[in-house]
Design a protein around this ligand. Structure first.
Ligand SMILES: [Zn+2]
Ligand SMILES: [Zn+2]
Ligand SMILES: [Zn+2]
Ligand SMILES: [Zn+2]
Ligand SMILES: [Zn+2]
Ligand SMILES: [Zn+2]
Ligand SMILES: [Zn+2]
Length: 395
């Protein structure tokens, strides 16, 4: 009788839950009579050392790997009653690092459906933030240029509100000056300056003011705002000089200019067009095209920034010129022509405000002030001031 003491001790192989099943061989001490045993693999009698696995007995030489056919003497796996070297089994199951091509160890990373050694993943595969360069673990966001930590993206990639400096996600407001802003701050909607169209805020416009007639004006525009007649008188002189350069040298000596609020403007002009900033009323008595008496009253909103005031004044003075000359045109011709005066003022100024006011003229959709202006501008470019004024006088 042979007593066999066999201590089967195979290393335990562990795989993660998404690998294959854990299969821990039993540590067994078996004391049996060898002559009773046959090998479950070859069917022959077992003498000498043997293996007992899952209640079956094997010659050590018969316990072979179903993949490479070599004897298994270390860790093994069972799959469907077949045995494998642990490594052969991994190969069989595709447990290979998609980066380096080597077998995976006990743990691996799965990314985009592919498996990697944790080190390979970390070094070569794990996405890195295109802003800070560090690995991204967990949530991320992406655009056409790369992928980012959400915080990095918010802080560096998103446009920043010029009003509150915080990043803007989604919809935002942009003014003609290139400022962008959240639509709301503390539940309050944004406001634009009624003169220069800037978004009103401390940072974008040195704050803003509300005039008693409800108009909103930014802090920058208010710095040059026209409130006093002494300033007005000087400006009338300078605009008359400017119009003289075009050939409008016969403007009447006496023209009354008053600064008014919006309600007065509405009453005087008979229009509640929000864009009305100036209005001219002329009464001219003439006999055989000779003026025997004339009276011209210009009304302009108080508190306009000086440049806009000059633009409006030039427009109104050109009404005076037309009226004084007894020239009668269609509304489209009249307003288009008078807007050439505003254009002249803005073209003579290098400021950004001038270019914005000029752009507003050019883009005005109004059939008289916009279309009329573009039509008159075209005429002016063809004829020049001299011929344009003579053509009008001949009407
Ligand atoms: Zn056998
Ligand atoms: Zn094998
Ligand atoms: Zn690898
Ligand atoms: Zn980052
Ligand atoms: Zn903001
Ligand atoms: Zn402004
Ligand atoms: Zn007008």
């Amino acid at each position: 009788m042979i007593l066999i003491l066999f201590f089967l001790c195979l290393p335990v192989v562990q795989y993660p839950a998404d690998g294959f099943e854990k299969d821990t061989p039993k540590k067994t001490i078996i004391l049996v009579q060898a002559e009773d045993l046959t090998c479950s693999m070859c069917g022959e009698k077992i003498t000498g050392k043997y293996l007992k696995i899952d209640g079956k007995f094997y010659h050590t030489r018969c316990f072979t790997c179903s993949k490479c056919n070599r004897v298994i003497d270390t860790a093994y796996k069972i799959d469907n009653g077949r045995f494998f070297h642990a490594d052969c089994y991994k190969e069989l199951k595709g447990l290979i690092c998609d980066h380096c091509g080597q077998l995976l160890d006990e743990k691996w990373k799965v990314f985009n459906g592919k498996k990697f050694h944790p080190e390979c993943f970390k070094k070569s595969i794990q996405p890195k933030c295109a802003i800070c360069g560090l690995s991204i673990v967990g949530d991320y966001t992406e655009d056409s240029e790369g992928i980012y930590h959400i915080a990095c993206y918010k802080n560096k990639k998103l446009p920043r509100c010029d009003v509150c400096q915080a990043p803007i996600e989604g919809k935002y407001i942009e003014d003609l000056w290139g400022n962008i802003s959240h639509e709301y701050h503390d539940g309050k909607s944004y406001n634009l300056c009624s003169s220069c169209s800037v978004i009103i805020s401390k940072r974008t416009s040195k704050g803003g003011y509300e005039y008693s007639d409800g108009r909103l004006i930014c802090g920058v525009c208010r710095e040059s705002a026209v409130f006093h007649m002494t300033v007005v008188d000087q400006l009338i002189k300078s605009i008359k000089m400017l119009l003289k350069t075009t050939g409008m040298d016969s403007l009447p000596e006496k023209i009354n200019v008053s600064l008014v609020d919006f309600d007065t403007m509405k009453k005087k002009s008979g229009s509640d067009n929000k864009n009305t900033k100036g209005f001219t009323k002329s009464s001219v008595m003439s006999i055989r095209s000779l003026n025997i008496s004339s009276k011209h009253d210009i009304f302009i909103l108080y508190g306009l920034p000086e440049l806009e005031f000059k633009g409006v004044l030039a427009h109104e003075l050109m009404h005076v010129w037309l009226n004084d000359q007894g020239i009668s045109l269609t509304q489209r011709e009249t307003e288009g022509f008078c807007n050439l005066g505003s254009m002249l003022v803005y073209q003579n100024d290098q400021s950004k405000l001038a270019s914005i006011l000029l752009e507003n003229l050019a883009r005005d959709p109004d059939p008289a002030y916009g279309d009329g202006y573009r039509w008159m501008l075209n005429k002016l470019e063809q004829k020049g001031w001299g011929d344009l004024l003579n053509d009008l006088k001949d009407k």
